[in-house]
Design a protein. Structure first.
Lengths: 480, 676, 265
């Protein structure tokens, strides 16, 4: 029952917000609903239900491992959203706030979907609900970004639908009863028709991979993350990608049960490393610091795929990394948003010396850089090191070396841009600068808290989280 | 126990300085005072541990056990750790005292509390690197060290040069951390465990290719940190721009972490070395030594000159270590011990005299407001003590008896010269060649310090700042004095110090050499062979002291009748001596620039403006450049190639939606083919 | 030429240094006029032909006094010799002209027909410099003829070094100063500083008409008319320029290295 609340509460809040007349006080729906959602999801984390609510739908170990991260990230974004929307009071947020809340609800639904079709519906609903968020800035470039997001995303949608059909057919062909729940598909196991399973796997990987932002299906990301405001970017990078990752993992469990686990892992490995390489190479000549964050997100999706491909300890580390990634990306996007607002420009040519103009956001941005490039003592250091360690452990030494190499190249690119923006003599592109922007506590505290969380996760990973990840790994690959 | 107390002192210094940021003086005194206290404790701890001769001083202790399985921080101190803790504590102590006075120059300008806090933090994490007992502790301390040092290099980040230096340092540090991580992971894979205790001798379990690969990774990783050629490009850029006490710490201690890592890995973890390991280290060391000093000679920035000398001395240390590895391969364990002792003795010597020189440079920099030697001069009269200490440091680094540089280079020579007879393969030619290159290096280093000391301190001041220079404050002088005393002690009493190295060599090569190296009750240093080369720095000094009455007596007998007249220096009949008549640093090194022009590729440009005759120029502009060989031939091309690749790839993200969709389609097809 | 050829050549040619002062002086060319001899007794009472013809006003004939020729101012053009009707002034072809006092260069009065040659240094100085005299040369704005003729003394034939006389680079290494040239105002400071830089005991040698009295530049406002007014001079060697033999004779006379065969007075 409580699981349903996870979906209902944000959706109801969305409806209420849509009806709420006052533009200035509407943003408050965000933190209120977010707080309730977070309390619910942490309550469920600590006291999970014995069995999922329904065969199609429920709070299983996989959802338990990932959903609280999304919830926490959303809370941070919601807290930031209030001062942000009050800063943007010239625009009506009657569409923004409900869409944002609806996204949260739908993301919860997608995490908890245990049925192939329901998963598809929920994931695509998330896509649709995030379209108005992208468009909030209402510039021609934002429009173009939204358009590309829709189209490339739409292709992904179509492909995953096709893949779902193929998987369904594989089940039917293997003598299945038409039970398209994941548990049912896994139970069918080896009787699933192998060629159909493989086709389905490819289609679903490409489809959901587009949502995740794996290369080369990532091309919508730079535009979308570049044009979206910081709060939306954080949500996309930390939340939506997690949803897609969950989807990929569920499908992979089916494929593995069908006996094609080796192929699945290999494709995940290749696509993960390819994403990291592409991201690293693009980062080397990055100029726009928000698009840079998009490529960093591609890189981290590659890391997640790589970890998932390794299975076992690697998969466990990938879950750890999902949490770290969400927190870190949240902090990065929010502080980047502050900088963008204060500086008015977004490339290294237009912006420099932010340590003087917005000292706190600049410091946060640099700290975020350290975190995302795996400097100790931040969380990503531990999760990425564990992934590398498990790579060595499973005999993928060369892949691990390639992994580290891509991390290094990405590091070069990120460092260049961040330092160019933060240091130097202050210079602002005066035309787009927001004169009302001030570094108040309200816009600083949320990213600080997210960064501190990422630090805390690395040093004092709570037992309950670790246990939830172990349970999720167990669920996905129940090895004897 | 003392070491714990030292570490807590650093933590307290860090916290206190941060808390008291607003009260500059308090932050200064508290922060650096506690660092000094920590240094004293560290010195006492390490000396007493080494003197006690124990192999293991602190058995592996888990400091913190993370929630994630087998993420643990373990510390462990054996003789090698204690030796390096001695280095960091001694140098840290001197620099802390120095900083008490030096930090005053930052009052009102920059945040002294942050400076003191990061200094304490650096000492803390460097000590942790040396006492790390497992991979997690080592890596975390290593990366934190790089991060903190980066922060200090860009302390004066208003200056563009400092910012760029910081970025380069940060990038190279990450590169070396990645290489080290990979290497350690390869070893840990075979051991199944991340603790150093289980990594000992693990090389035997790896295949030869894996061992070679691991060795290469470690050499690159630790080589970047140590500053060996060709991985050194960050050193001359980063060390000059940091505040001088940090430069001293970096050059004196931080680059020694690379040496520590190499020794630890090569002698303990990787197992019996093939010949090419030691030979490649010897070759790299020789090249570093010669190139380092050659580039140092061409510098007129005082701190850059000292930074290049660090590269040279790291080269000398690597020569000793490489020779030791070669001797291990040929089975001459005694010679291996000798070479290792030579390398490690030079490590502590270099730490001491390089820190001393940097501290002196810091005092000079503060007095003259410039790093450019061409604007200094005449400081010997205005900064008597600083120039005396700098002179001692210069004599020490030029390896002149009876100071410490001489002792360690003598030991290095001895081990190299005896290497010729250890094997019959052609490799043995490397030893006398290395010895010859070492001799060349020594001579060039002496020339370089004649220039450095002479141009900076002697003759007349070349600028107003130099003319108005005043002696540094008392803490600054005491800090330098501590290191000077250390130089003298290490030079005059090598036999006493060698006893401290016994447990080290016992652990690493299985031999204790101090007995064989000591003759005549500690007066004479021997090279432990039958031919018996010996030297006695103490003897030289004592002889000089004993013979001193002779010229005094002669003077008393004959000299007093002579009339003396004090007159101005002969100036060829000019109106008087002016700074324009003095050697410039560039001019002094010109002959060497011409000799080695194949390396330097100097380019010279003279522009002259005149009204009616070229012989009466109104303005004259002279520019002289040297090619930075490694940057232009290797690093920049690689950098440009990567950037070009990246930019070409950008064409793929051109904005065309059709292209994006085609990518998806291509991926689909490829994966379908791949999966089937 | 290779080293081998050089050595062979040297061996073939043997020692080419002249025997003087242990042997006769080298033959002097006809052009060499040598010292002037002034016999004032031979003068006409009212003749002052030599006075007017002297370019440096070296000859004076005050009323009622005998003619006086200052050899220090003389540039040895020999116009006075040509113009003298009574041959009171003649060229003696004597190369020996060096003196210790400036007054010894004024000829004409009875007993002073020829220069009173230089005496050696006193015993203390002779002990110091007799076998090793290091000189610092100061070229004070002259025409360089005196320097050229001094330079000749360093060649194989003359070999100044065999007497222990050498030219050194720094006055701090020198025992004496050798001044040539009329000492322009620009060189005044340099000359004085060089003299002060010489360690004591020191000697000063004024070489040539310019250094003694200004030579052809006498009376010019940019010159000091020689070194005598600026530093105390111990040896005057007249000539314009003096023949190398004259210079050598003067130096050896100063050091008492000539041997008694050539001593006079």
């Amino acid at each position: 029952m409580k699981e349903l609340l996870l979906i209902i509460v944000p959706l109801v809040a969305a409806a209420l917000a849509a009806l709420w007349p006052n533009n200035r006080t509407r943003p408050w729906f965000l933190p209120v609903a977010a707080l309730m959602h977070t309390l619910l999801s942490f309550g469920l984390l600590l006291y999970p239900p014995e069995a999922p609510f329904h065969a199609w739908f429920g709070y299983d170990p996989l959802a338990r491992a990932m959903l609280p991260a999304v919830s926490l990230l959303f809370l941070g974004c919601a807290a930031y959203g209030v001062p942000y929307l009050q800063l943007r009071s010239e625009r009506s947020n009657r569409v923004f706030v409900p869409a944002f809340l609806a996204a949260l609800g739908l993301m919860s639904a997608a995490h908890m979907a245990r049925h192939l079709g329901l998963l598809w519906i929920a994931t695509e609903a998330v896509t649709l609900s995030s379209v108005p968020l992208l468009h909030f800035n209402n510039t021609p470039r934002a429009f173009e970004a939204t358009w590309k997001y829709l189209l490339v995303g739409g292709t992904g949608i179509a492909l995953s639908l096709l893949g779902s059909f193929c998987l369904g057919y594989a089940s039917l062909h293997g003598g299945g009863t038409g039970d398209l729940t994941f548990a049912g598909l896994v139970a069918q196991g080896a009787s699933l028709s192998r060629p159909w399973v493989l086709i389905a796997w490819v289609l679903l990987l490409v489809g959901y991979g587009t949502k995740m932002g794996l290369a080369p299906m990532h091309t919508w990301k730079p535009d979308a993350y570049g044009e979206a405001s910081g709060i939306v970017g954080a949500m996309l990078a930390g939340g939506v990608t997690t949803v897609a990752f969950t989807a990929v993992l569920r499908v992979r469990a089916v494929v593995e049960a069908a006996g094609a686990g080796v192929v699945a892992n290999r494709t995940l490995l290749v696509i993960g490393l390819f994403s990291m390489l592409v991201a690293a190479l693009f980062l080397l000549s990055a100029r726009d610091f928000k698009r840079m964050l998009a490529y960093s997100s591609v890189e981290h999706m590659g890391i997640l795929s790589f970890g998932a491909a390794l299975g076992g300890a690697g998969l466990w580390a990938a879950f750890f990394h999902v949490w770290n990634n969400s927190m870190t990306k949240g902090a990065l996007f929010l502080s980047a948003g502050n900088i963008r607002r204060a500086a008015g420009g977004r490339t290294v040519d237009e912006v420099s010396g932010m340590s003087v103009i917005t000292p706190r956001s600049a410091a946060l941005f640099v700290m975020g850089l350290f975190a995302v490039t795996a400097c100790p003592p931040f969380g990503p250091f531990f999760s990425e090191l564990l992934i590398v360690k498990s790579a060595f452990g499973t005999g993928h030494g060369w892949a691990a070396a390639f992994f580290l190499g891509c991390l290094l190249l990405a590091f070069f690119g990120l460092t260049r841009v961040v330092f160019a923006i933060v240091y130097g003599r202050p210079r602002q592109a005066a035309r787009e600068m927001d004169p009302k922007f001030r570094e108040t506590l309200a816009v600083i505290v949320p990213p600080v808290l997210l960064l501190l969380l990422s630090l805390w996760l690395g040093l004092f990973t709570p037992e309950v989280l670790r246990q939830s990840w172990t349970a999720a790994v167990q669920q996905l690959s129940p090895t004897p | 126990m003392l070491l714990t107390f030292a570490l807590w002192a650093y933590v307290a210094g860090m916290a206190g300085a941060l808390v008291l940021q607003r009260a500059e003086r308090l932050a200064n005194v508290l922060g650096f005072g506690l660092a000094a206290l920590g240094g004293v404790c560290g010195v006492v701890f390490s000396v007493s541990s080494l003197a006690a001769g124990r192999a293991v001083t602190i058995a592996p202790v888990t400091l913190w056990s993370g929630p994630i399985p087998d993420v643990r921080l373990v510390v462990e101190a054996d003789a090698l750790s204690c030796f390096f803790v001695l280095i960091v504590s001694l140098v840290g102590l001197a620099i802390s005292v120095f900083s008490l006075g030096y930090a005053r120059t930052y009052y009102g300008r920059k945040n002294v509390g942050v400076l003191a806090a990061v200094f304490n933090a650096l000492l803390l994490v460097t000590t942790l690197v040396f006492i790390a007992g497992n991979l997690w502790m080592f890596l975390i301390a290593w990366e934190l060290m790089a991060l903190l040092a980066y922060g200090m290099v860009s302390f004066e980040h208003e200056d563009r040069e400092a910012r760029q230096a910081g970025v380069l340092y940060f990038i190279m540090s990450h590169l070396d951390a990645a290489c080290i991580l990979l290497g350690f992971l390869m070893l840990a894979q075979a051991a199944g465990d991340f603790s150093f205790a289980s990594l000992r001798g693990i090389g035997a379990k790896l295949s030869p290719q894996q061992r070679d690969a691991a060795f290469m990774l470690f050499v690159i990783g630790f080589g970047i940190k140590a500053g060996a050629v060709p991985l050194h490009i960050w050193l001359p850029v980063a060390h000059p721009v940091a505040p001088s006490n940090i430069s001293a710490l970096m050059s004196g201690v931080l680059i020694k972490t690379g040496i520590y890592g190499l020794v630890r890995v090569c002698f303990e973890f990787l197992g019996p070395p093939p010949m090419w390991w030691g030979a490649s280290l010897l070759a790299a060391g020789t090249v570093s030594a010669v190139l380092g000093v050659l580039y140092a000679l061409m510098e007129h920035d005082l701190k850059r000159l000292l930074a290049y000398h660090s590269i040279e001395n790291i080269g000398i240390i690597l020569m000793g270590i490489g020779a030791a590895l070669m001797f291990l391969h040929t089975g001459h364990a005694v010679l291996a011990s000798l070479a290792l002792i030579a390398g490690l003795y030079h490590t502590i010597n270099h730490a001491v005299f390089k820190a001393l020189l940097f501290l002196g440079a810091g005092a000079v920099l503060h007095a003259t407001h410039t790093r450019n030697m061409e604007e200094m001069g005449g400081l010997a009269k205005r900064m008597r003590w600083t120039s005396l200490f700098f002179l001692v440091g210069a004599v020490a680094i030029s390896a002149l008896p009876p100071l410490n540089g001489f002792v360690s280079e003598w030991l290095t020579y001895q081990s190299l010269l005896q290497g010729f007879g250890t094997t019959t393969s052609l490799v043995r030619l490397m030893f006398p060649l290395g010895g010859a290159m070492l001799a060349l290096t020594g001579a060039l280093a002496a020339a370089c310090f004649v220039k450095a000391f002479g141009i900076t301190f002697l003759a007349q001041p070349r600028s107003d700042h130099a003319r108005n220079a005043h002696e540094a404050s008392l803490p600054v002088l005491i800090g330098q004095g501590v290191l000077t005393a250390a130089c003298v002690f290490l030079g005059l009493f090598p036999t006493a110090f060698l006893k401290l190295l016994d447990p080290l060599t016992q652990q690493l090569t299985g031999h204790q050499l101090s007995q064989q190296l000591t003759l005549a009750n500690g007066l004479v240093l021997s090279d432990a062979t039958a031919q018996g080369g010996t030297v006695s720095t103490l003897g030289i000094t004592l002889m000089a002291v004993y013979l001193l009455p002779v010229p005094l007596a002669l003077w008393a007998m004959f000299g007093r009748k002579a009339r003396t007249r004090i007159a101005p220096t002969w100036d060829c009949g000019q109106r008087g001596l002016t700074p324009q008549m003095e050697y410039t640093a560039t001019g002094f090194s010109k002959p060497l620039r011409m000799i080695f022009k194949a390396l330097f590729r100097p380019r010279r440009e003279v522009q002259r403006e005149y009204d009616f005759s070229p012989y009466f120029a109104t303005t004259l502009r002279f520019e002289s450049h040297m090619e930075e060989v490694f940057q232009t031939r290797f690093y920049r091309p690689v950098n440009l190639w990567l950037l070009r690749l990246s930019r070409r790839l950008r064409a793929l993200q051109a904005g065309s939606l059709q292209a994006y969709l085609i990518y998806v389609f291509i991926t689909l097809v490829a994966l379908l083919l791949f999966a089937s | 030429m290779s080293v081998h050829d050089t050595l062979l050549n040297r061996l073939k040619r043997g020692c080419e240094t002249m025997a003087y002062p242990k042997g006769p002086a080298p033959a002097l060319p006809d052009r060499h006029g040598g010292a002037l001899k002034v016999e004032a007794a031979k003068c006409d009472a009212s003749c002052s032909a030599c006075v007017t013809v002297c370019p440096t006003e070296a000859i004076a004939r005050p009323a009622g006094k005998p003619v006086a020729l200052d050899l220090g101012r003389c540039i040895f053009c020999a116009e006075c010799v040509t113009v003298c009707p009574t041959k009171a002034i003649t060229q003696s072809n004597d190369h020996r002209m060096a003196v210790r006092q400036r007054e010894d260069l004024v000829l004409g009065d009875t007993g002073k027909e020829q220069v009173r040659l230089a005496q050696a240094l006193d015993e203390k100085l002779r002990r110091l410099f007799g076998r090793s005299l290091k000189l610092r040369q100061v070229s004070a704005a002259g025409c360089n003829a005196c320097e050229a003729d001094t330079n000749v003394l360093g060649t194989i034939g003359w070999d100044l070094g065999r007497f222990g006389i050498q030219f050194v680079a720094s006055p701090r290494h020198a025992d004496g100063l050798l001044i040539t040239g009329p000492v322009s105002k620009n060189m005044e400071l340099a000359l004085k500083k060089t003299y002060i830089a010489l360690p004591e005991p020191r000697i000063v040698i004024a070489l040539g008409a310019c250094a003694i009295a200004g030579g052809p530049f006498i009376g010019h406002p940019q010159h000091h008319n020689g070194a005598s007014g600026l530093v105390p001079v111990d040896l005057f060697i007249p000539g314009c320029p003096p023949h190398p033999l004259t210079i050598l004779d003067g130096l050896l006379r100063l050091l008492d290295r000539l041997g008694e065969s050539d001593a006079r007075r």
